[in-house]
Design a protein around this ligand. Structure first.
Ligand code: F3S
Length: 63
């Protein structure tokens, strides 16, 4: 599984990097960024799905 954040949709709510700092970080303006290449380790997949469901802008996609 891989995730990406759509920069057009992200408004910087920060739920992604608060819920899963191992998978997401923020840029200098507080917008979400995937860590590394966005590949989600198997044991983090459930966390990734929870984060996707918690983004108020639906900016995070599973690829
Ligand atoms: Fe952006 Fe959604 Fe995260 S709006 S900062 S991708 S929770």
């Amino acid at each position: 599984m891989k995730v990406r954040i759509d920069p057009q949709r992200c408004q910087g709510h920060g739920r992604c990097y608060e819920l899963a700092p191992e998978l997401f970080g923020d840029d200098e303006e507080g917008y979400g960024q995937v860590t590394g290449d966005g590949v989600v380790p198997r044991d983090e997949e459930q966390t990734a799905r929870r984060v996707v469901a918690n983004c108020p802008e639906r900016a995070i996609e599973i690829l």
